[in-house]
Design a protein around this ligand. Structure first.
Ligand code: G6Q
Length: 547
């Protein structure tokens, strides 16, 4: 296949961008009353309004041409069909199979994965129901009231985000806690809040070799054994992993282990056994609904024409800005406090997947790939950093997310939330001109001269892009769909950029360098071979810890 920057649609988009350089969305809206209807898409509970972008129908057509020429259709089929799309690790990426029905068969390395998935879901369900029903009891015979999920990265961010987002649907018991950081304070503070007799620890680790998770799990195990004795481990520890031998070696009975498979990437794993904490917090039905929602989005992504396909539209708009307008970042603003952990989750999903500089041809790519993803819930962001989106020197594409219907008894506040969300995207579009501001200042009594000097500081240039994604209310189905929407958006972009969105070699080097530095921090050892800065820092830490 040709390099991306030699594809005809890429070259056409380069030309098209030159013609679009001075495109003004405000004029486009004035000229075309049908712009909103033309540039918005519906699916399930979602309306995606992407009319506030620097695009025309021609832009979209060219972007869809680029998607076709990038073989998105073929690569999408390859992913759904279990082909080794994670080509640097020779693996499939089959998170879609985790939420799909039990038929038709889907073979990976000649094995039908459907029965494996559904068998494990059955085991998980039975376990969850035993905990909820009080049949699974702690070592001293008491029911479980607290669950501590010990995991990091993909084994933490997804479940933690979902549990937070759907907390309003959670059962009164058990309470679910998440411990990820190597900093012992994370575990210690959590242990302070739980009772060993009524606490279940979930050790969530695909590889079961991760330093942070094993360190926290060992400490939690020692804490439990110190209080209830060695025999208690069997009733208070379960493991989620692909690595049976390592689980056993750690001291967790493989009967208390739920498995998943190497074709499930960490950041795509909340749909697998890694979702146990979600099912324990919310109940099995809500977990199943979450999976069903994601499956609905999978079918939409697989079957809908590009023009109506939400992940394709979002993905290609991101390509338009990153590669033709030269934007470096992407802002995501859920006007939904329950989605407060969505941005950290999406940061991993997007940046670990598409933060790559080497393409399918094993050579560095010659264009920008994944953006820096950032954001925070609205309205908080408005009072913190929105200045930069409105008045800064950089162009920043954005997604605004909001639920149409109030999900709390406080209806009036929700009206204001909606109004603020729309006001921000309107302000980004419309801006406010120097003339208008000067007029307002003079009308308020300021001299013309002072008004003229002050007005430039108050100008909003406008013509700044945003997508708005409206959903009905944040329930399990909607959340499942939303997560899958972003998973597939990231996939679309990875295909266009000709990179492997499913590996994460970029986390390896730091892991390799940590053990010798740890060794060097001990003054009894030689400092080892390091750069001047690192040697200086090691010496400083040795000094401080000695005093
Ligand atoms: C995700 C990454 C990474 C991984 C963690 C935890 O895609 O691979 O975030 O999830 O490093 O790994 P384990 O689950 O193996 O402990």
């Amino acid at each position: 296949m040709k390099a991306l920057n030699r594809l005809p649609a890429w070259l056409a988009l380069k030309q098209h961008h030159k013609a679009m350089r001075h495109f003004d969305m405000r004029e486009a809206f004035s000229a075309d009353p049908g712009r909103f209807a033309d540039l918005s898409a519906h699916f399930g509970p979602f309306l995606l309004d992407y009319s506030k972008n620097r695009i025309t129908r021609e832009t979209l057509n060219l972007l869809f041409d680029l998607a076709h020429q990038s073989q998105l259709v073929e690569r999408r089929s390859a992913m759904f069909d279990g082909k080794p799309v994670n080509f640097t690790e020779g693996r499939a990426a089959l998170h879609t199979a985790l939420r799909a029905p039990a038929t038709p068969p889907l073979r990976v390395a000649r094995q039908d994965v459907r029965p494996l998935v559904h068998h494990e879901l059955g085991r998980l369900r039975a376990f969850v129901e035993r905990v909820h029903g009080g049949q699974w009891r702690g070592h001293t015979g008491k029911a479980i009231h607290d669950v501590v999920n010990i995991g990091i990265g993909g084994s933490d961010l997804g479940p933690a985000m979902v549990c937070r987002a759907l907390e309003h649907l959670a059962r009164p018991s058990p309470r679910v806690h998440f411990v990820s950081n190597l900093d012992p304070a994370h575990l210690a503070d959590t242990l302070d809040r739980v009772d060993p007799e009524t606490t279940l620890f979930i050790v969530a680790s695909k590889t079961f070799t991760t330093l942070e998770t094993l360190a926290n799990a060992r400490s939690a195990r020692a804490w439990l054994v110190g209080r209830l004795g060695e025999a208690a481990v069997a009733k208070h520890f379960v493991a989620l992993s692909t690595h049976r031998a390592a689980v056993s070696e750690f001291g967790i009975d493989p009967d208390n282990m739920f498995v998943f498979w190497d074709w499930v990437g960490g950041r795509y794993s909340l749909w697998s056994a890694i979702g146990l904490s979600i099912a324990l917090a919310l109940g099995w039905e809500h977990f199943r609904t979450l999976l069903d929602g994601a499956h609905e989005m999978d079918e939409h992504f697989r079957d809908a024409p590009f023009e109506d396909n939400l992940p394709v539209i979002l993905g290609m708009l991101g390509v338009w800005y990153a590669n033709f307008w030269g934007t470096d970042t992407y802002g995501i603003f859920p006007y939904d406090q329950r989605l407060s952990l969505l941005v950290p989750f999406l940061q991993q999903l997007d940046m670990e997947s598409n933060g790559k500089n080497v393409g399918h041809n094993n050579r560095p790519v010659l264009y920008n790939t994944g953006p820096i993803v950032w954001g925070a819930p609205g309205t908080n962001g408005q009072h913190a950093f929105f200045e930069l989106i409105h008045q800064g020197t950089r162009l920043i594409p954005t997604d605004f997310l909001v639920g149409a219907v109030n999900a709390t008894p406080l209806a009036d506040q929700h009206e204001w939330l909606l109004a603020n969300c729309l006001a921000q995207t309107e302000a980004l579009l419309k801006g406010k001109s120097q003339d208008v501001i000067e007029g307002e200042l003079v009308a308020a009594g300021m001299s013309r001269r002072d008004a003229h000097a002050l007005a430039p500081h108050k100008v909003f240039p406008g013509n700044r892009p945003s997508n708005t994604l409206i959903y009905q209310t944040l329930d399990a189905r909607t959340l499942g769909m939303l997560i899958a929407l972003y998973e597939h958006k990231v996939f679309v972009q990875g295909v266009v950029w000709q990179i492997n969105s499913f590996d994460q070699w970029g986390v390896e080097l730091g892991k390799q360098l940590a053990p010798p530095i740890r060794h060097a921090l001990d003054p009894a050892n030689p400092p080892g071979q390091h750069d001047g800065s690192t040697l200086g820092l090691i010496a400083e830490l040795r000094r401080r810890r000695a005093s």
